[in-house]
Structures are given as structure tokens and as C-alpha cells.
Write a protein that binds this ligand. Structure first.
Ligand SMILES: NC(=O)c1ccc[n+]([C@@H]2O[C@H](COP(=O)([O-])OP(=O)(O)OC[C@H]3O[C@@H](n4cnc5c(N)ncnc54)[C@H](OP(=O)(O)O)[C@@H]3O)[C@@H](O)[C@H]2O)c1
Length: 249
């Protein structure tokens, strides 16, 4: 990270998918990276091994971002290993695509607590550190908040709330030198979208046809953007919500 002072990053939900790509990209810039996961320890350990094999610093820490105690333990482990946390990537999220009639209260709780409350709790924990003088929070939203795909109402509502939270939190935390931005990835090939049957589907073909750069995204597409937002090169950027979707809108 050129000219930056940030050294310790937490990437939530980094055991696979976009989070894994982002964790690796941050490690390549010299940051010590905490690879958070909820259930899949093996995936997180693989990401740690990839990073350390290249000479980087990383540890895996299990924590459910939707719980305050887990978040507190996550920050405690990060600080004990590497010192104050000055980069936070809120990537962990869950999604289902379903017609309005199928949305249950249980699914509402699951998506809103992971996607929105999780982002709030981790950002609070970052800001609660009284030994940081600057920091960068990057929230991973979705291009769906611009394209509004059919059957995504709950998921896109949760991420639209993340976009709004990003802008307000940036105002509140700016005076302390804490920048808060969000990125809006386009449809990408990850374990999550594979489990939904997205690759090879009609939906994917339609999205590719509507994407000026003509392909589905990959986990490698987002790391450089997040590393930039984490770095001092982005020192004048806060409260922004950036579309990174190959032009799909
Ligand atoms: N892939 C896309 O097409 C796409 C497009 C736009 C936006 N996004 C956004 O990009 C981010 C990553 O998506 P992805 O497709 O890479 O997801 P993914 O493959 O499903 O991976 C999700 C990650 O989040 C973790 N996670 C889930 N709930 C958690 C919780 N409560 N606490 C901690 N970790 C939790 C998972 O950990 P475990 O596996 O250990 O449970 C996993 O590491 C999400 O915010 C998603 O909304 C993705």
C-alpha cells in the first residue's frame, strides 16, 4: 500500500469467494490479514497458507459477524496478533433469491443480521479502538442495488441498507480519520453463486449480455480495488459507493 500507514486488516467471510481474493490482495500489499470465517475452517486455513507461502502474514479466526461477542473476540484476536486494526473489509454475507411470497421472518433475520447488523457491529468495534488515528472500512455491497434483479428483494434491501450505512458512517467517523466506502460487485463466479447454480444459467447469460466488458466477475477482480481503498492513495475518498461490475448497471 503505497505511502500508507495501515498495517492490520480484518476481512470478514474470507474463507472463500470474493473475501478470499480480497484477503490475498491485501496481504500482497504488505498488510497482516485476519481471515475471518463462520463455519469453514479448512477454506480459511487454505487462504492463510496461500498468503504465508508467499511470505505474507495471516491468521484465520472463526467468528459470526452477526454477534457482538464474536465480533469482540475477532478484534481481540486480531489486535493480539498484529496490533490495532486499521483496515476492515465487511465482506461476509448471505443471500437467497426467492419470490416475495417465499420470504420468511427467519430468512429476513438471517440476511439482515449477517449483512447489515454484522457490518454495523464490526464497524463499531473498529471505531471503539482508541489507539487508531486513521483507518479504512470497505463494505462489500452488490451491483444488485443498482440493477435490482427479480427475486432479490430481501438481499438487495439488506445491501441497500449497507450502502446507506456506509454514507452515514463516513460522516460520523470522518473526523476521526476513519474512511468508510463500499464497493458494488457484479455477478461473480464464487462458491456462493455456484451453490445457487448461477454459472451456466440463463440468468448468467443475460447478465453477460448486459455487461459491457462481457463476462462474469472473478474473486481476482476486486482485490486491487479494495487494496486501493484501503491505502493512503485513497485518502480523500470516503462515503463513496463504487460500482465494480464490468459496466453492468
Ligand atoms: N458472488 C457474487 O456474484 C457477488 C455479487 C455481488 C456482491 N457479492 C457480495 O460479495 C460478498 C462475498 O460473496 P461470495 O459470493 O464470495 O460469498 P460466498 O462464496 O458465499 O462466501 C461467503 C463468505 O462469508 C462467510 N460468512 C457468511 N456468513 C457469515 C457470518 N455470519 N459471519 C462470518 N462469516 C460469514 C462465509 O464463511 P463460511 O463459509 O465459513 O460460513 C464465507 O467465507 C458478499 O457480501 C456478497 O453479498 C457477491
Amino acid at each position: 500500500m503505497s505511502g500508507n500507514t495501515t498495517r492490520t486488516a480484518i476481512v470478514t467471510g474470507a474463507s472463500k469467494g470474493l473475501g478470499a481474493g480480497i484477503a490475498k490482495a491485501l496481504a500482497e500489499t504488505g498488510a497482516a490479514v485476519v481471515v475471518n470465517y463462520r463455519g469453514h475452517a479448512e477454506g480459511a486455513e487454505r487462504v492463510v497458507e496461500d498468503i504465508t507461502a508467499k511470505g505474507g502474514r495471516a491468521i484465520a479466526v472463526q467468528a459470526d459477524v452477526a454477534g457482538r461477542e464474536d465480533v469482540s473476540r475477532l478484534f481481540g484476536r486480531a489486535r493480539a496478533a498484529y496490533g490495532p486494526v486499521d483496515v476492515l473489509v465487511n465482506n461476509a454475507a448471505v443471500a437467497t433469491f426467492a419470490p416475495l411470497s417465499d420470504i420468511t421472518e427467519a430468512e429476513f433475520q438471517r440476511e439482515m443480521t449477517t449483512n447489515l447488523l454484522g457490518t454495523i457491529l464490526t464497524t463499531q468495534a473498529l471505531a471503539a479502538q482508541d489507539d487508531i488515528t486513521s483507518a479504512s472500512v470497505i463494505n462489500v455491497s452488490t451491483a444488485g442495488t443498482v440493477t435490482h434483479p427479480l427475486y432479490s428483494s430481501l438481499y438487495v434491501a439488506s445491501k441497500s441498507a449497507v450502502n446507506a450505512f456506509t454514507i452515514v458512517a463516513a460522516k460520523e467517523l470522518g473526523p476521526r480519520g476513519i474512511r468508510v466506502n463500499a464497493i458494488m460487485p457484479g455477478p461473480s463466479d464464487t462458491e456462493g453463486t455456484r451453490a445457487m447454480g448461477y454459472p451456466g444459467s440463463d440468468q448468467e447469460a443475460q447478465a453477460i449480455a448486459a455487461t459491457p466488458l462481457g463476462r462474469t466477475g472473478s474473486p481476482d477482480d476486486y482485490g486491487p480495488l479494495v487494496a486501493f481503498l484501503a491505502s493512503d492513495d485513497a485518502r480523500w475518498i470516503t462515503g463513496d459507493v463504487i460500482l465494480a461490475s464490468g459496466g453492468l448497471r
